[in-house]
Design a binder for this molecule. Sequence first.
Ligand SMILES: C[S@@+](CC[C@H](N)C(=O)[O-])C[C@H]1O[C@@H](n2cnc3c(N)ncnc32)[C@H](O)[C@@H]1O
Length: 256
Amino acid sequence: MVRAETGPLSAHAGAAEAAAAAAGAPVKRAYVQRMFSDIAPRYDLLNRLLSLGIDRSWRRAAVHALGWTRKPTGRYLDLCAGTLDVSAQLASEPGFAGRVVAADFAEPMLRSGRGKGPAGRIEPVVADALALPLASRSCDGALVAFGIRNVAGLGEGLREVARVLAPGARFVILEFSTPSVPLVRAGYLFYFRHILPLIGGLISGHPTAYKYLPESVAHFPEREALAERMRLAGFTNVTWRALTFGIAALHVGEKE
Ligand SMILES: C[S@@+](CC[C@H](N)C(=O)[O-])C[C@H]1O[C@@H](n2cnc3c(N)ncnc32)[C@H](O)[C@@H]1O
């Protein structure tokens, strides 16, 4: 349920909390878990609307980059799975005969995604990305779409994924990024910082969720810096490519 804001003071406090969370303050974990639980019923609609549907092709690209065809019967982790779009995309791939563990700590997000994908292939698990209830080396690949930026503790989150992956298994990160071409960058930042929070706020009814989004992207490492963080966490052969003028980026690494 979306919490009611009662006046300018509480609105100010809410904005300050969102800004602190976006900057990685200790409040981040609680803010993120509560905020996604609040917006869960409108999350899919807003995704389609605010990205003009491009997010679907980004998720398809992420699933393709996972290279699951190397082991179609394997066990794959969809980290920060939200409403299960990536899990469903992977589980619905022709020839996929494995399992997808869909982990997220906001239970209402997982519940909103119920029924997506073929029956029996997706296993939603309410779990924190920093303490996954999975044995070491038990997964044949992992993806995280628009999630790792929200995890309070990037290095810990990356190391936890490395822990659960089998050696040689791929890890794919799909995340927002900022276009480098100046004109595209300026137009995009205007949309991201001014239009998106307005539409997102109106439709979700949440006072800060769509202000937190651009702020959290601004605090997240740039593309090459993220690749370096992946290497530091135990991934090798790390590569990345920009998607749609650099609005998003796809990073791929292999567990050493
Ligand atoms: C922007 S949504 C992305 C959902 C989905 N992957 C998608 O592509 O639409 C981010 C998700 O990350 C989850 N999340 C953030 N921090 C987490 C953590 N520490 N542990 C588990 N889930 C987390 C949130 O609950 C939320 O559902």
